[in-house]
Write a protein that binds this ligand. Structure first.
Ligand code: SF4
Ligand code: SF4
Length: 76
């Protein structure tokens, strides 16, 4: 069964370390050009449909600001 992921990143708590961007095997994340209120460039999802819910971004984030929801392909 194939899965898609719905990734949510807490923009204001992200420190812009870039680990999730580095580890995403699908190249689905990048650091935003706009800073958050802490002065960091937070990670953002560039192509939600490309995410396969592997969970690496969730696992590597040192600040635990990433959530990954696993969704069965074909369902909403
Ligand atoms: S769950 Fe996997 S594919 Fe999806 S954004 Fe995170 S690291 Fe990338
Ligand atoms: S790993 Fe966490 S703190 Fe680092 S850029 Fe990604 S979401 Fe932000």
């Amino acid at each position: 069964m194939a899965f898609k992921g719905k990734v949510t990143i807490d923009r204001e708590k992200c420190k812009g370390c870039g680990l999730c961007v580095e580890f995403c095997p699908r190249g689905t994340l990048e650091l935003d050009k706009k800073i958050n209120t802490q002065g960091y460039n937070p990670a953002v999802v560039t192509d939600q449909d490309n995410c396969n819910a592997c969970g690496f971004c969730f696992l590597v984030c040192p600040d635990m600001v990433v959530e990954v929801e696993k969704i069965k392909e074909g369902s909403k």
